[in-house]
Design a protein around this ligand. Structure first.
Ligand code: M6R
Length: 593
C-alpha cells in the first residue's frame, strides 16, 4: 500500500526519488507524486504508472524532496487526491501512509470553522490542522506534534518544509526507515527502496519524529518527550538491482527462483534454531499466524508441527486472533509469518499476544521491518525481493523453514536438511520444457471455464487453498480449494460435465491416498474434467484426464505440489491478457486494517 520516499543531501534528488518510488511500486499504488524544494516547493502529481513525461522532466531540480505512491482509501484516483498535499499557510507539503480513523470527526470540526478543502483525502485534514496550529504562532515542529497526537489509527507522515529547508516525519504503525549514505539521508517505507545507495539504516519506532536538514538527523519521541540517539543498523543484505532478468514477468522469475530459495530459507544451523525449539519444548501451545498466502503457510507449518513432531500447534488467521485470545496463556508461543513484515492484521495480533506475555517468533522476508522488531526470535526467508504481488517463492520458503523447525524439534535436523535438498532437486524437474508444456495445456483448458475446484487432504489441504488463491489473484477466475472430505458434504452439488477438478495426489503409502482417489472417482462419475498433481507413476493414473508430475518426497512434497498451481495461474493469466505482476485491486504490503 502507500509508499513514502524522500532524500536530503548533496545529490540532485529528482531521479533518486523517482527511482525510489519505482522500487516501492510493488507495494501497490494508483497515483503518485513528487515534491522538490528549490527556493519554493515544486510539485508533480499523476495517476497511473510511475513514468517520466515532459512535465516531470521540467520539474525544478533540487537536493531535498519527498515522493509518495498512493493506494486510494479516501477519495477517488485523481491528481488532486494524489500526495503530496501542499499547504496554503506555512510553506510545507505533506504525504501520509495509513488511514486517519477519526477523519470524519476532524473534518467536520474543520468545516465548522470554514476551512476549505481541495481534495477528498484524510491526508488534507492533517495539512489543514497543522496550518491552524501555525496560525496560533506555534513552530512547525510543535504544530506537527500537536496534530499528530490528534490522529487515530496507524499513520505515518512526512512533510517537506520550505521555511526550515527540512524534512519532518513521524511514524506510527505504518513503516518508516532512514537510510544513511555518504551523500545524504534517505527516508522511506522500506529498506529495499534505498538499498542501491546504502545498507545502513535507522529503524524508527512508533511516535519517533525525525527532522532531517542537509545530512543532519535528530530523533525525538513525541510520546516519551525525549530526544533519542541515532542508532545505525547495518543490514545483512543490499540489493543493487531488482530486475526480471530474461523473464517477461517477475512472477515467472520468482516461480523459477524456487529452484534455490527453499535452501536459502533453510540454511540455518541447528544451533540457530535451538533457542526457539527449546522455548517451544518448555512452552505451552504454539500459535502460528499469518494472512492470505502467509496464513496458508502458517497452516502448513502448524500441520508439520502437529503431524511430525506432535507439537500442540494451532494456525490462526491474523485477522481472527480475537477468537482465540481469551484462551492464550503466558507460556504459549506465537510464530508470525509474513513476507513484508508490515501486515497490519499480523502486527495487531502480535501486539495482543505480547500483552498476554507470550514469546514471539517471526519469519519475515524483508529486513528491518516491524514484525521482526517485535519478535524475541527473528528468522528470515532470505528469498530476495519478491516483487510480484502474488506471493510464490516466499510461500514455499516459509513452509520449508517450518518443516526444518519441525524436524529440529523431532531431533531429526540432519534428515530434514537432506529431505529439503532432495525436494529442491525434484523442484528443478518441474521446470523441464516438456513438463511446462504439459502445465500450459492444463492452463489453456481453464481459459473458458468460470469455475474450478482444487482438492487436497491432510498434508495437501493448505496447498489446495493456496493453489486456489494463486489462480484467483491473477486470473480473476473463481477457483475454490478445499479438503477433499468436504466434497460429499455439499460441494459436489457444483460439479457438472466439464467442471475442472484439480486434485493433489499423495504417494500411495500415504494415509490420504485412498480418500483422494475416491474423491476423484466421485467427481469423475459426474463428468468433471480431472487433473491429478503428484507422482505420475500412480496406479490410478487412468482416472485422470490430465496429470502433472511432481515427484513425492516423504513428508515434504506438499511444498513442491503448490508450484504447478503457481504455473497454471501464470500461464492462464498470460493467456487472458491480465496484468501479471500487479493484479487489480491488490497491494503487496497490506499496512492498513
Ligand atoms: O506480507 P505478508 O506475507 O504478511 O502478506 C500477507 C498477505 O497480504 C499476502 O500473502 C497476500 O495474500 C498475497 N497477495 C498473496 O499472494
Amino acid at each position: 500500500m502507500c509508499g513514502i520516499f524522500g532524500y536530503s543531501g548533496e545529490k540532485e534528488c529528482n531521479d533518486l526519488i523517482f527511482e525510489g518510488l519505482k522500487r516501492l511500486e510493488y507495494r501497490g499504488y494508483d497515483s503518485w507524486g513528487i515534491a522538490i524544494l528549490n527556493g519554493k516547493i515544486h510539485q508533480y502529481k499523476n495517476i497511473g504508472e510511475i513514468k517520466y513525461d515532459k512535465m516531470l522532466q521540467k520539474l525544478q531540480k533540487g537536493n531535498i524532496g519527498i515522493g509518495h505512491t498512493r493506494w486510494a482509501t479516501h477519495g477517488g484516483v485523481t491528481k488532486i487526491n494524489a500526495h503530496p498535499h501542499i499547504s496554503e499557510v506555512g510553506g510545507f507539503t505533506l504525504v501520509q501512509n495509513g488511514i486517519v480513523e477519526n477523519f470524519n470527526e476532524l473534518k467536520s470540526s474543520l468545516l465548522k470553522k470554514d476551512v476549505h478543502f481541495v481534495s477528498e483525502t484524510d491526508t488534507e485534514v492533517i495539512v489543514r490542522l497543522i496550518e491552524l496550529e501555525l496560525l496560533k504562532n506555534k513552530s512547525l515542529r510543535q504544530a506537527i506534534i500537536t496534530v499528530f497526537k490528534k490522529l487515530k489509527g496507524r499513520n505515518t507522515i512526512a512533510l517537506l518544509s520550505n521555511n526550515d529547508k527540512k524534512i519532518y516525519a513521524v511514524r506510527n504503525g505504518s513503516p518508516l526507515v532512514l537510510g544513511i549514505a555518504t551523500d545524504g539521508i534517505y527516508i522511506a517505507s522500506d529498506t529495499l527502496s534505498f538499498s542501491p545507495a546504502t545498507n545502513e539504516a535507522v529503524l524508527l519506532d512508533d511516535f519517533d519524529m525525525v527532522e532531517i536538514g542537509g545530512k543532519n538527523i535528530s530523533i525525538f519521541n513525541i510520546e516519551s518527550n525525549q530526544f533519542k540517539p541515532v542508532k545505525i543498523k547495518k543490514l545483512k543484505h543490499q540489493f543493487n538491482k531488482i530486475d526480471k532478468g530474461n523473464f517477461k514477468h517477475f512472477m515467472l522469475k520468482e516461480i523459477v527462483d524456487q529452484k534455490e530459495t527453499i535452501l536459502f530459507a533453510t540454511k540455518y544451523l541447528r544451533k540457530e534454531l535451538l533457542p526457539l525449539t527449546d522455548s517451544i519444548k518448555k512452552g505451552g501451545r504454539v500459535y502460528v499466524i499469518g494472512a492470505g498466502t502467509a496464513g496458508f503457510s502458517a497452516g502448513q507449518i502448524a500441520y508439520f508441527l502437529r503431524n511430525i513432531a506432535n507439537i500442540d500447534a494451532q494456525e490462526v488467521k491474523s485477522y481472527e486472533f480475537e477468537q482465540y485470545i481469551s484462551i492464550v496463556k503466558k507460556k504459549d508461543i506465537l510464530i508470525a509469518i509474513s513476507q513484508s513484515g508490515e501486515t497490519a492484521d499480523t502486527i495487531e495480533a502480535i501486539e495482543a499476544f505480547k500483552k498476554k506475555g507470550c514469546k514471539i517468533a517471526s519469519l519475515v522476508n524483508m529486513y528491518g521491518t516491524t514484525i521482526s522488531r517485535l519478535s524475541d526470535f527473528e528468522f528470515y526467508t532470505n528469498s530476495g525481493p519478491e516483487i510480484c504481488v502474488a506471493s510464490t517463492k516466499v510461500f514455499t520458503a516459509q513452509c520449508a523453514w517450518g518443516y526444518l523447525l519441525t524436524m529440529t524439534l523431532d531431533n531429526r535436523f540432519e534428515e530434514g536438511k537432506k529431505n529439503l535438498s532432495i525436494l529442491t532437486k525434484s523442484i528443478s524437474q518441474i521446470f523441464l520444457k516438456s513438463r511446462l508444456e504439459n502445465i500450459k495445456r492444463v492452463a489453456n483448458k481453464l481459459k473458458n471455464k468460470e469455475h474450478a475446484f482444487i482438492l487436497g487432504k491432510g498434508e495437501n489441504s493448505y496447498i489446495a487453498l493456496e493453489g486456489a488463491l494463486k489462480i484467483k489473484e491473477i486470473s480473476y477466475k473463481h477457483v475454490e480449494g478445499f479438503a477433499a472430505g468436504e466434497l460429499k458434504h455439499g460441494v459436489i452439488a457444483l460439479i457438472e460435465k466439464g467442471t475442472p477438478v484439480l486434485s493433489i495426489i499423495p504417494s500411495e503409502n500415504s494415509r490420504d491416498f485412498n480418500d483422494m482417489i475416491s474423491a476423484v472417482e466421485q467427481v469423475k462419475a459426474r463428468g468433471a474434467l480431472t487433473v491429478g498433481i503428484g507422482n505420475d507413476k500412480s496406479s490410478k493414473r487412468e482416472i485422470f484426464d490430465f496429470y502433472i508430475n511432481v515427484s513425492q518426497v516423504e513428508n515434504v512434497s506438499s511444498i513442491a505440489n503448490v508450484i504447478p498451481f503457481q504455473l497454471i495461474s501464470y500461464y492462464l493469466s498470460v493467456a487472458l491478457g491480465n496484468n501479471i505482476d500487479k493484479p487489480r485491486n491488490l497491494a503487496k504490503s497490506v499496512t492498513v486494517k
